[in-house]
Design a protein around this ligand. Structure first.
Ligand code: ATP
Length: 289
């Protein structure tokens, strides 16, 4: 095989709880991850010249070893002593530094793609074990879908797919550092935790209202306090017919869940017209990647 295309899908968290800060500085989480139908495209091609070449349509992204695509390719190629080279062309659609695991998903797609391109023979579990070295979200991004994610994010258990619905995903023009959010989270003194078990039960019974009633993300206590616009967007999403709205990951992306496509489209328009976010998508959950 000379060339392969891979899609890298974004995720949102419909529930995100932090249980405690571990001694090593990592946080123990309990999250419900969900793939959404927004994706980057990667074309991976074998090259006679050795090395990893990254090409992208987004000027602000690094194309050197700081890119997670590079790190993922370098890891696999060193593990298997590949002396040939690879060029990887990234078309970016997932908002950057948004709480949607865009970089992790690109890294996961790179690992899946190289595994096929060079016939490396890794199982999914082996790719996940390697991937966690580069980032806690990568094992999830290798498989996607609806998952309960625990530990630092590497312990995964599949959950039933939520009922069909429509999403408005809005990324305001704010830069949020995940590091800042976790550093300012007082994990041990949180008084309010999302009802993750109730959410799991709602997923098992296919109860969309049970899900939307339980949307919760403890990281909002840091990011929304810092950027009140996020609460304003969530409020507008609800006024425009969302069953509920939430911030994804450490933010600043927020999403609203709608049972009606037209309402979702109107809400997206209202957010754009008010200039509250530049990157706004109307999309759906996605369960095969
Ligand atoms: P998470 O939800 O896992 O916290 P995120 O959506 O907040 O991820 P990313 O889009 O993955 O954040 O990117 C965070 C940083 O990583 C960016 O500032 C960017 O410069 C760097 N980065 C490295 N490689 C990539 C990549 N392939 N795509 C996006 N960002 C990348």
């Amino acid at each position: 095989m000379q060339r392969i295309t891979q899609k890298a899908y974004a995720k949102i968290n419909i529930g995100l709880d932090v249980l405690r800060r571990r001694e090593d500085g990592y946080h123990e989480v309990r999250m419900i991850m969900q793939t959404v139908d927004i994706c980057d495209n990667l074309i991976l091609e074998r090259t006679a010249k050795s090395g990893i070449l990254i090409l992208t349509d987004k000027e602000e992204l690094p194309v050197n070893q700081d890119n997670l695509i590079y790190k993922a390719a370098d890891l696999l190629m060193k593990e298997k002593n590949i002396t040939e080279g690879v060029s990887i062309t990234l078309t970016k659609r997932i908002p950057i530094a948004a709480g949607m695991a865009g970089g992790s998903s690109d890294a996961a797609a790179t690992m899946r793609g190289l595994n096929q391109l060079f016939e490396l023979g890794y199982s999914t579990e082996e790719l996940q074990k390697l991937g966690v070295r580069l980032g806690a979200d990568i094992p999830y991004c290798i498989v996607g879908g609806t998952m309960l994610s625990e530990g630092i994010g590497e312990i995964l258990n599949p959950l039933p797919t939520p009922p069909a619905c429509h999403l408005v995903v809005a990324k305001p023009d704010i830069n949020v550092s995940t590091k800042f959010v976790y550093e300012n989270l007082h994990a041990d003194s949180l008084t309010c935790h999302p009802d993750i078990d109730g959410m799991i039960e709602a997923l098992r019974t296919g109860n969309l209202q049970g899900i939307t009633d339980r949307l919760g993300n403890v990281l909002e206590t840091v990011t929304v306090r810092e950027y009140p616009i996020l609460e304003e967007i969530k409020e507008l999403m609800r006024q425009e017919g969302a069953a509920n709205a939430l911030m994804s990951g450490s933010g600043p992306t927020v999403f609203g869940i709608y049972t009606n496509r037209e309402l979702a489209e109107q809400a997206a328009q209202a957010i754009e017209q008010k200039g509250m976010a530049k990157q706004v998508f109307v999309t759906t959950f996605r369960n095969d990647i």
